[in-house]
Ligand binder design. Structure first.
Ligand code: ADP
Ligand code: MG
Length: 286
């Protein structure tokens, strides 16, 4: 499966520009992390990719055909978890998933529902009403409905919101397994979600793509821009982003990301988080 986004812009009816001339290629198999601060345009891009919104300019091709002409076909292969997904509180987990399976016209709904429940570890809650579930459990029901019917293309909009650290690790592994022979796009503003599992990263900010490539390539962009120094040595340096500040017996040790580091700084190997911060902080809004 290949999705090609060409010169896509999105201006909402109220005049707000959410995406500006985006170009992007997504190819399976891959687990792609869509990173960006709140308001960057992640959800808007995902809504365009599932055909829930039409771009105001540009085009989206799925396997060489315009999305507008292959929408039905795409939806039958798609698992989508929207950011603000509403669940039916009075239904049980199993009833809700049965209902979603019916909407998706899944052939053997019973098997599909029990597989999805198993995949998200909700077996003991299958007969519980959704309104009795915790935030993390509700999020797992959302993920379960996306898994129904074994789609070949997944879009998860902030899937790890509300999950505790153990649940996050479970889902990271699940997404990684899912992506072995499929295309999975997940959005997040949490670096740890993408760090260990994504083979591709797309960073967007203010509706523009700042980076698309591998995590290793992103880290390389911050080479020479991360350093450690003692706080009193570098006061009020312009464009300096302190990422760690540790009180030690010798003084305050700082780790920082900057376009140009203070002369006293000892260079450090950048982490993915450093590189992300460097990229976002460097961007000039135009
Ligand atoms: P993200 O998911 O990265 O947080 P969104 O795609 O939700 O970002 O939003 C991108 C921008 O578009 C934001 O400035 C947001 O306020 C705006 N926006 C989102 N949805 C609408 C809408 N329905 N009408 C007007 N503006 C919107
Ligand atoms: Mg969003």
């Amino acid at each position: 499966m290949e999705i090609r986004v060409q010169n896509v812009s999105m201006v909402y009816p109220n005049g707000k520009t959410a995406l500006k001339n985006l170009n992007l290629d997504l190819k399976s198999p891959s687990l792609i992390g869509l990173l960006g601060p709140n308001g960057a345009g992640k959800s808007t891009l995902m809504k365009l990719l599932v055909g829930a919104l039409l771009p105001t300019a540009g085009s989206i091709q799925v396997d060489g055909r315009p999305l507008t002409r292959s929408e039905k076909q795409l939806k039958s292969r798609l698992g989508y978890l929207p950011q603000d997904f509403g669940l039916f509180d009075e239904l049980t987990v199993a009833q809700f998933l049965d209902y979603m399976a019916a909407l998706k016209e899944i052939r053997s709904p019973k098997t599909a529902v029990s597989q999805a429940i198993e995949a998200v570890n909700l077996k003991e809650k299958a007969k519980s009403k959704i309104r009795t579930l915790s935030g993390g459990q509700r999020q797992r029901v959302g993920i379960a409905q996306a898994l129904l019917g074994d789609p070949s293309f997944f879009i998860f909009d902030e899937p790890t919101v509300g999950l505790d650290p153990e649940e996050r690790i479970h889902f990271r592994n699940l997404f990684s397994q899912t992506a072995q022979n499929r295309l999975v796009l997940l959005s997040t503003h949490i670096i740890e979600d993408v760090q260990s599992v994504c083979d591709q990263l797309v960073v967007i900010h203010h509706g523009r793509i700042l980076f698309a490539g591998t995590p290793e390539e992103l880290i390389l962009t911050a080479q020479g821009h991360v350093g450690i120094f003692w706080e009193q040595e570098a006061f009020e340096e312009e464009g300096l982003h302190i990422t760690a500040r540790v009180n030690t017996s010798q003084g305050i040790r700082c780790r920082a990301v900057a376009e140009s580091l203070p002369a006293c700084a000892v260079p450090e190997e950048p982490s993915l988080e450093d590189a992300y911060l460097y990229l976002i902080s460097r961007e000039v809004v135009s």
